[in-house]
Design a protein around this ligand. Structure first.
Ligand SMILES: [Zn+2]
Length: 359
């Protein structure tokens, strides 16, 4: 190979490599041993997470820096994580904040402004929020009242829904700005719930948004459905944490959501009906990864996959039941201990077409 060939190959390698860079967003609620286990990690475990990041040379980045890169389409830094906390529970201030401050780590708190305005017990106060904002804290939006964003209320028109949800978002953003001087226009969907109507409204309002489907950020991430790895309950033990903190984005060129094997597009990106078995179609840049992909569905374990050309299709073995469900697809990345990871959230409506709430 001539010099030119080598230069071109090197350049392609670099391009390919930059797509595989991984920034992983970690999601916490409580850091306490006195709060509900399903949404809590203990202070000891949280400190173990921070120790692991430090010992493995994983960098902790601030969310605004990462988002600026995503918006510009720049490669994300590799071996990098972002720490995020939802709901602004008091243990974020009393337990997590001192640990992060001592290590000079940036972090983000997604805040519901109503409980703080009402000085509800168990939540951080605005004064504490300002202190965190002065020491590496990004304060971002989680709506005013932790509402179920995609759901229409009984008898509510789509226009009324729009005004109500717009107010939920804009009131929270205004209160955060008044109290902390920050306005990042970044929102985390309460319960990770959204649909195409919610996405369109947030897009119009100039927001980007985080969901709760797991996975690392990649250059192809949907800016209105950014993935995060939630920790608490069964998630976050040292092995699980190491696996997730080191994931890399599946090197996809396209992802499609289909209602059947012929791959007719679903009506919504996430909402499907009880009994459906939606198909996720993942088209990869590197065909050699295809045979090693395994996919799983919540409560169903490994699920069916098939390949056509450079696209992998997967769907649940059993019809989906009402509630939140995910498909997760993973494959070894070729780098030791690091897996490619992609997930898809489904909100499955009941037999009457209604969304059934789950905490
Ligand atoms: Zn929340």
């Amino acid at each position: 190979m001539g010099v030119v060939g080598k230069v071109i190959t090197g350049f392609l390698g670099l391009l390919l490599c930059s797509h595989l860079h991984a920034t992983v967003v970690l999601q916490y609620h409580h850091v306490s041993d006195k709060t509900p286990p399903s949404t809590s990690v203990t202070p000891e475990l949280f400190e173990k997470h921070l120790d692991y990041l430090e010992s493995q040379g994983l960098r902790v980045a601030s969310l605004p820096d990462v988002i600026a890169k995503l918006k510009k389409g720049e490669p994300l830094p590799d071996k990098t994580v972002v720490l995020t906390f939802d709901d602004a529970y008091e243990s974020v201030y009393t337990v997590a904040f001192p640990l992060m401050k001592a290590r000079d780590l940036p972090f983000t708190v997604f805040v519901n402004t109503d409980p703080i305005d009402k000085k509800r017990r168990g939540f951080v106060t605005w004064e504490q929020m300002r202190e965190m904002a002065e020491h590496g804290g990004t304060i971002a939006n989680h709506t005013a009242d932790h509402t179920f964003m995609p759901r229409l209320r009984e008898g509510e028109s789509r226009a009324q829904w729009r005004e109500r949800i717009k107010a939920e978002v804009m009131v929270a953003e205004k209160r955060i700005e008044e109290e902390t001087g920050q306005s990042h226009k970044v929102l985390a969907y309460p319960y990770g719930e959204f649909d195409n109507n919610v996405k369109a409204l947030l897009d119009e309002l100039g927001f980007i948004a985080f969901a709760q489907n797991s996975g690392p950020l990649g250059q192809h991430s949907d800016l209105l459905a950014l993935p995060r790895f939630p920790f608490g309950g069964v998630f976050g033990a040292p092995d699980d944490f190491a696996l997730k903190a080191n994931t890399r984005p599946m090197p996809v060129s396209e992802v499609a959501r289909c209602s059947d094997r012929r791959c007719r597009q679903t009506l919504d990106d996430v909402v499907v009906a009880q009994g459906d078995r939606p198909v996720l179609a993942i088209t990869l840049k590197q065909e050699n990864v295809l045979p090693s992909i395994n996919c799983f569905a919540s409560r169903q374990g490994a699920i069916e996959t098939w390949v056509d050309g450079n696209t992998l299709y997967t769907r649940a073995n059993e019809p989906l039941s009402p509630g939140r469900t995910q498909y997760n697809c993973t494959a070894p990345s070729g780098e030791r201990g690091r897996f490619f990871w992609l997930s898809q959230q489904w909100l499955v409506t009941d037999k009457d077409g209604n969304w059934v709430h789950q905490d």
